[in-house]
Design a protein. Structure first.
Ligand SMILES: Cc1cc2nc3c(=O)[nH]c(=O)nc-3n(C[C@H](O)[C@H](O)[C@H](O)COP(=O)(O)O)c2cc1C
Ligand code: SF4
Ligand code: SF4
Ligand code: FES
Ligand code: FES
Lengths: 165, 365, 454
């Protein structure tokens, strides 16, 4: 897929740039990288980053520096469904380790790996601000909270159903 | 009537000095000179915004100012803290500072390969100097060191990231001396590294200066004709008419051969004036230069200590961290170095010398 | 029931939307401030209220506002810190999800007081759905004349924008946040200059927490004098506590700062006690960065007095026997929890989140994690415990930003109060892999207390 935003997304980029004073379009970098990641397969390739650099009139290194700093940017391809399970203290108190182990077993992958069908990637992350609703994970835009093994099963089935449609 | 400019009186380790308002503690100490000057691994007076990162220059402010004599609650980075009138600062007279500095040195060395014996920078490395002066007796780090592959960034510069202490000087240099920065700091935390993401050459008229500002041997000159210990080379001041830079350099020579060209450095290891890449990389013949005479090395470093034989007692640190191998660097370099054996005529080797250009000395290793 | 000022209307159906919010007294404070008060008077009112920053440091908000430099012709900015990444903390999320207009109103009043015409909400990237909620509320406020040009005919202009982060705890630190908002890596700046003089795009800037800015609304509504009457001493007003860990009712609670820690944990109004009849072992009362306390020191101070949910009381005893209010992330441990393992998890967190700019934090956080991992995995040595102590000591106070301290404190406090648990791990490596140290004496009455109380 060629790295090129649609007309609609380009308008979104313009709208983002307009949030800042004249000449401060570098501030748009983080939001535009989010947009790029969503638009170009869930990760940021060097090509994508160079494209963003040219859009915002930045040098490529400025984009790489930022993209590699923040943990939400994937610098390698990931599965269609990215399970980001929180493993920090408060979640651990409520059994996040067991949930992580269960997902590994169920999908037969290790942390950081993707299933062979390319559907699922498991990632452990640090506190997502849902400690009271632990254990939890982020799936796409939303949080899945109060996880149990049964709930994990449901989520996996839900993803499989969606992928098959 | 012009008012006389008011100077601030500052006391550092009980020595009083008067400086202009806006001066940093570090620069006030440099005005005094000698032992009271805190070591600075990341600050570089010629690079705007530098400093504050390595924390080796921490000092204790025991009195804030005449107006507000309260001490500062924490140690402060002397390179980024400006003086106040009546301020009192303790550096070498504060055990707390010495202790903290020892900690900082330990942190800086934690992931450092300590490969001084094969490092081009050995002998003019700020980290090496620092670790002799403030090092701890043995490393307490029992884990695998972080390592990176060496990469060539362009025809002229080699990056050996494993040695980098992330002082950011090279980043500021590229920002401030060239019109397009192509390298930077990637990743975060302990995984941070200097890089270009996709291997890219640094190409610019002044980018070579990153070699001179690098306090360790992370950025080195690929065009230096042979690997050679700096202390075998004779530094001479030289100049040429250059349309890009001041043309004032130091040639590192052996006999009539120019091994490498650098800018002239002051006693704090900072260049006096930046030089251009043509002078640095392309003028490797004595005929290109007007030689002024031998350079007076004022640094307290090993360069000024001749052949470095038996000068320092080897620290236990080195033995420990080198997996029990003997601390070659500090011993008689002739008998143990892989790269500096008088038996090998360096000038006969075509291109950069590699360790396999030298017969292995089996008594070592 | 304690007094509620922020969440009193949270239960009202549809309060997320402008019409319902307005009908229930919303934007009355904004109206009062913009139409009948001067910016200085608003700041004065906030000063009077004694409001302290709810982001963690507890710095008096009115005072902070009065430091803002006001050079002619230079724009000033207000930035709302919604990065909320301190483990155990999830209160700002609650406010933004359920009461977005309360935050918008607070931002409007505060921007008016500071003379800021452009205000940013910097929200952590993982709260990916909340910007939609906030932007919807911003649109509604625009439509009803509370944002934009010449607000309610007062001549005051304001635009509010939402900026998402992208996964970095350090961007909660105010100067790292500003860097990130400028589209850079989240490296904290070296201070001075402070943001009040040179902040966003080198202009004077105030950074405040979500809850702090929301609290401005009730302060204007009831007046600073009334607000200051709630709570004890310098802990005025109400505070949101996000409670989690081993409790029956995890969630976000608004407390007026007059209740005891014991009441907070055990009463049905708040946490509802500990599940399964387990006993309390320890607690981190103010987010992961503040010292952990064993049960006996948590419920009573070293002087034997009941510990209260106030800034001062939680801090009673300093680091030796006290802790901090911090961000209000209240993490409870029951008797089955292992302190070593938990400390390891926090060490991993700080290692992961260090920006890497300064050497003690960059190198020290990873070192601590590795040593702790050894201890946890039965490979520890006795000397490792002292080593950990020494590493944290050499990080603390020697770094650019407080993340270094935040990484050091949990380790220090765990060793200070739970050293025997660490030693047990070292001495019984195999057993430690199978079971936990348990409650030991951590919940027993404090023996030294009586003597020390004299
Ligand atoms: C490492 C670190 C993380 C922080 N994270 C947050 C945060 O997530 N939210 C927040 O409001 N303040 C956070 N702070 C505190 C901010 O630096 C700043 O003090 C606060 O936003 C000021 O607002 P307040 O005065 O309203 O509390 C953090 C500080 C540090 C050092
Ligand atoms: S490569 Fe050298 S100059 Fe650049 S950051 Fe590393 S140590 Fe500093
Ligand atoms: S203390 Fe840590 S997070 Fe803060 S500036 Fe230093 S390395 Fe970065
Ligand atoms: S610890 Fe998992 S969400 Fe906070
Ligand atoms: S020289 Fe001052 S912190 Fe590095």
């Amino acid at each position: 897929m060629a790295v090129q935003f649609s007309e609609e997304k380009l308008n979104k980029v313009k709208e983002i740039i307009a949030r800042y004073p004249e000449g401060k379009q570098k501030s748009a970098l983080i939001p535009v990288l989010h947009l790029a990641q969503e638009s170009f397969g869930g990760w940021l390739s060097a090509e994508t980053m160079d494209y963003v650099a040219s859009l915002l009139q930045l040098t490529s290194i400025e984009v790489y520096e930022v993209a590699t700093f923040y943990s939400m940017y994937n610098l390698k391809p990931v599965g269609k469904y990215l399970f980001e399970v929180c493993q920090t203290g408060p979640c651990m108190l409520r059994g996040s380790d067991d949930i992580i182990a269960y997902i590994r077993e169920k999908l037969n992958i290790g942390v950081g790996e993707t299933t062979t069908d390319g559907l699922f990637t498991l990632k452990t992350v640090e506190c997502l601000g849902a400690c009271g609703y632990a254990p939890m994970m982020q799936l796409g835009k939303h949080f899945r909270e109060h996880l149990t093994k049964a709930k994990v099963d449901e989520i996996i089935a839900e993803c499989r159903r969606e992928a098959n449609n | 009537m012009a008012e006389e400019k008011k100077l601030f009186k500052v006391k550092i380790d009980n020595i009083t000095v008067e400086v202009e308002p806006g001066t940093t503690i570090l620069n006030a100490a440099r005005k005094i000179g000698g032992e009271v000057v805190p070591p600075a691994m990341c600050y570089y007076s010629k690079l705007q915004g530098s400093g504050g990162k390595c924390r080796t220059c921490l000092v204790k402010v025991t009195k804030g100012s005449e107006a507000d004599p309260r001490p500062m609650p924490k140690l402060v980075a002397s390179c980024r803290t400006t003086v106040m009138d009546g301020m009192e600062v303790a550096n070498i007279t504060s055990p707390e500072v010495q202790d903290a500095r020892k900690g900082i040195v330990e942190f800086l060395l934690l992931n450092h390969p300590l490969d001084c014996p094969v490092c081009d920078q050995a002998g003019e490395c700020d980290l090496q100097d620092l670790s002799y002066e403030h090092g701890v007796s043995a490393t307490r780090y029992e884990f695998k060191r972080r390592t990176f592959d060496k990469i060539d960034i362009g025809d002229h510069i080699k990056l050996h990231m494993t040695r980098c202490i992330l002082c950011y000087r090279c980043v500021f240099t590229a920002d401030q001396l060239t019109n397009k920065r192509e390298h930077g700091v990637l990743n975060r935390g302990e995984a941070s590294e200097i890089g270009t993401y996709i291997q890219q050459s640094l190409d610019n008229d002044f980018i070579g200066n990153v070699i001179d500002v690098c306090p360790v041997g992370a950025l080195t000159d690929r065009t230096a004709r042979f690997k050679n210990r700096v202390w075998f080379l004779k530094p001479v001041d030289a100049h040429r008419n250059c349309d890009k830079c001041c043309g004032k350099t130091v040639l590192w020579m052996r006999g009539d051969e120019v091994f490498r060209v650098t800018a002239r450095k002051d006693k704090y290891g900072e260049v006096e004036e930046f030089i251009c890449d043509t002078c640095r990389f392309d003028k490797k013949s004595a005929a290109d230069w007007v030689i002024e005479g031998p350079r007076a090395i004022s640094r307290h470093s090993v360069i000024s200590q001749g052949h470095y034989v038996g000068v320092h007692k080897p620290h236990e640190t080195i033995a420990k961290v080198m997996d029990g191998r003997s601390p070659k660097l500090l011993m008689d370099i002739h008998s143990i170095s892989e790269v500096n054996q008088p038996a090998v005529d360096l000038s006969k080797i075509d291109g950069p010398a590699h360790s396999n250009d030298f017969p292995k000395n089996n008594s070592v290793q | 029931m304690g007094r509620k000022l922020l969440l009193d209307k949270a239960h009202i159906e549809g309060i997320r939307y402008y019409d319902v919010y307005r009908k229930n007294g919303g934007y009355a404070a904004a109206e009062k401030a913009l139409k009948s008060m001067s910016p200085d008077l608003v700041t004065e009112e906030v000063k009077k209220s004694g409001l302290r920053g709810r982001g963690g440091a507890g710095f008096p908000t009115g005072l902070k506002w009065s430091f803002l430099a006001k050079p002619e012709g230079v724009p000033r900015y207000l930035v709302c810190n919604a990065d909320e990444s301190e483990p155990g903390t999830f209160k700002d999320r609650y406010l933004m999800e359920f009461l977005p207009h309360l935050l918008i109103e607070g931002l409007l009043i505060s921007s008016f007081a500071l003379g800021a015409n452009r205000t940013y909400i910097y929200i952590r990237g993982e709260y990916a759905w909340i910007p939609d909620i906030l932007e919807e509320a911003i649109r509604e406020a625009h439509k009803n004349g509370w944002l934009g040009k010449n607000i309610q005919g007062t001549g005051f202009d304001l635009e509010i924008y939402v900026q998402r982060g992208a996964g970095a705890y350090i961007c909660g630190e105010e100067t790292a946040l500003i860097e990130s908002l400028e589209g850079k890596r989240g490296n904290p700046r070296i201070k001075p200059p402070f943001p009040a003089v040179k902040g966003l795009w080198q202009c004077p800037t105030v950074v405040n927490n979500v809850e702090t800015l929301a609290a401005v609304v009730p302060i204007i509504n009831i007046g600073g004098d009334e607000y200051v009457k709630i709570g004890i001493g310098k802990s005025t007003g109400t505070k949101l506590i996000s409670a989690c860990g081993n409790i029956n009712k995890p969630g976000v609670y608004e407390i007026d700062m007059t209740i005891s820690v014991e009441e907070f944990i055990y009463s049905d109004e708040y946490c509802g006690g500990i599940p399964n009849g387990k006993r309390l072992k320890a607690c981190i009362p103010g987010g992961s960065s503040v010292p952990i306390l064993p049960a006996n020191l948590l419920l009573k101070t070293a002087k034997g007095e009941p510990r209260m949910m106030t800034y001062e009381s939680l801090n009673d005893g300093g680091f030796a026997t006290g802790s901090m209010m911090g961000s209000g992330g209240f993490i409870v441990f029951d008797e089955d929890q292992c302190v070593v393992r938990h400390t390891l998890s926090l060490a991993r967190f700080y290692h992961h989140e260090s920006c890497g700019q300064c050497s003690p934090c960059r190198e020290g956080t990873g070192w601590m994690e590795r040593v702790l991992k050894n201890i946890e995995n039965g490979k520890g040595k006795m000397s490792d415990i002292d080593l950990l102590w020494d590493i944290q000591r050499k990080i603390e106070g020697n770094t650019i930003c407080p993340l270094g301290d935040a990484a050091a404190w949990p380790v220090a406090a765990a060793i200070r109060h739970f050293r025997d648990e660490f030693e047990w791990h070292v001495r019984n490596p195999e057993e430690a892999l199978k079971r936990n140290f348990g409650l030991a004496h951590y919940a027993d009455p404090l023996p030294v207390v009586a003597a020390a109380a004299v």
